[in-house]
Ligand binder design. Structure first.
Ligand code: G3H
Ligand code: 13P
Ligand code: ZN
Length: 337
């Protein structure tokens, strides 16, 4: 039953030149698409649940869907992660619900408040055998209730928002976090860049120097594939100027710079939406949900398989499970300790 924390995954990813895909789940088809792709590629996976997803799907339903995936694929290393947790209360609920990893995002708070909140979360999570990701610096784009800066304003002031390497070292040391989400130019949503898309590799290299061995996380890492935008626009949508992070830059961050987790949500939404739009436009008489949600699920499988190669994590599942067994990580308390 390799439901695990992200530790066995990141132990191997950090020096192994690969990263684990963290994909947002909101319903059954999205979850099945991701898991089918990871099974086909024998890749580790992090299924992440936002506060909005907990509310939309009702966490009980979502949890049972994920438990079914774990049951179906005993060979796959799987972590269940809270994406952008914002309060200690929410994190405690996630721990009770059987998550193996949580993110506390205090990046919008003043620094000392971020330290205090993150440390409190680390204490609660570690006591339950759950690992913690936190964030320093600021991303652009839209993220749940928090509307970040638009692409133009973000790019103009980028230096101000990037993670400060010295502060990152102080933060990691004072909070005891297991991984750190860094701001290096990525942003949430489908409109990430107005001008040239470029990640701050010098910044991530500097963070690696000040925080040796600390697994780094990239949020806002959808690449917004042009062919999906074209499909959306061709079949009645309107997404002008959508732009993501080029996949070659993500591949470089993963292979060279200690990035162990890469968050992808927008691309899943685009794949699903483009396919549903196509079915509705080309088969206007269709009204059986299985006949549009099924192809949409297949589109997610195809997208995620491509991502797994970009992240260089295809074929890594068995090694991670072996390492997890060696570590002897306890079964999450939710599942009977
Ligand atoms: O970073 C945010 C993720 O894309 C989740 O989005 O809060 O709308 O579920 P959501
Ligand atoms: P995207 O919007 O680029 O997919 O980022 C998702 C994310 O960071 C979830 O936490
Ligand atoms: Zn995010």
């Amino acid at each position: 039953m390799p439901l695990m924390t992200t530790k066995p995954m990141f132990d191997l990813a950090y020096d192994g030149g690969f990263a684990v895909g963290a994909f947002n789940v909101n319903n059954m088809e999205i979850t099945q698409g991701i898991v089918t792709a990871c099974a086909a590629e024998q890749a580790p996976l992090i299924l992440q649940i936002s506060k909005g997803a907990r509310k939309y799907a009702n966490i009980r339903y979502l949890k049972h869907i994920i438990d079914a995936a774990v049951e179906e694929h005993p060979e796959l290393p799987i972590a269940i992660h809270c994406d952008h947790g914002d309060t200690l209360e929410l994190i405690q609920a996630c721990i009770r619900d059987g998550y193996t990893s949580v993110m506390i995002d205090g990046s919008h708070h003043p620094y000392e408040e971020n330290v205090r909140l993150t440390r409190a979360v680390v204490e609660a999570a570690h006591a339950a055998g759950v690992v913690v990701e936190a964030e320093l610096g600021q991303l652009g784009g839209i993220e749940e209730d928090v509307v970040g800066l638009d692409a133009a304003a973000y790019e103009k002031n980028l230096a101000k928002f990037l993670t400060d390497p010295q502060q990152a070292a102080d933060f990691a040391q004072r909070t005891g976090i297991d991984s750190l989400a860094v701001a290096i130019g990525t942003s949430h949503g489908a409109y990430k860049f107005k001008s040239e898309a470029r990640l701050a590799f010098d910044r991530v290299a500097e963070i690696m120097r000040t925080c040796p061995g600390l697994p780094l996380v990239l949020h806002g890492s959808s690449s917004v594939p042009q062919e999906l935008i074209d499909l959306v626009n061709q079949y009645g949508g309107s997404m002008p100027n959508a732009k993501g992070v080029p996949e070659d830059q993500l591949a470089m961050a993963v292979r060279k710079y200690g990035v162990c987790k890469v968050n992808i949500d927008t691309d899943l939404r685009l794949a699903l939406t483009a396919k549903i739009r196509e079915v509705f436009a080309t088969k206007p008489a269709e009204f059986d949900p299985r006949h549009y949600l099924g192809p949409a699920r297949d589109a997610i499988v195809e997208l995620v398989r491509r991502k797994l190669h970009m992240l260089n994590c295809a074929g890594q599942a068995a090694k991670i499970v072996a390492h997890w067994k060696k570590l002897g990580e306890p079964r999450p308390a939710f599942y009977g300790g």
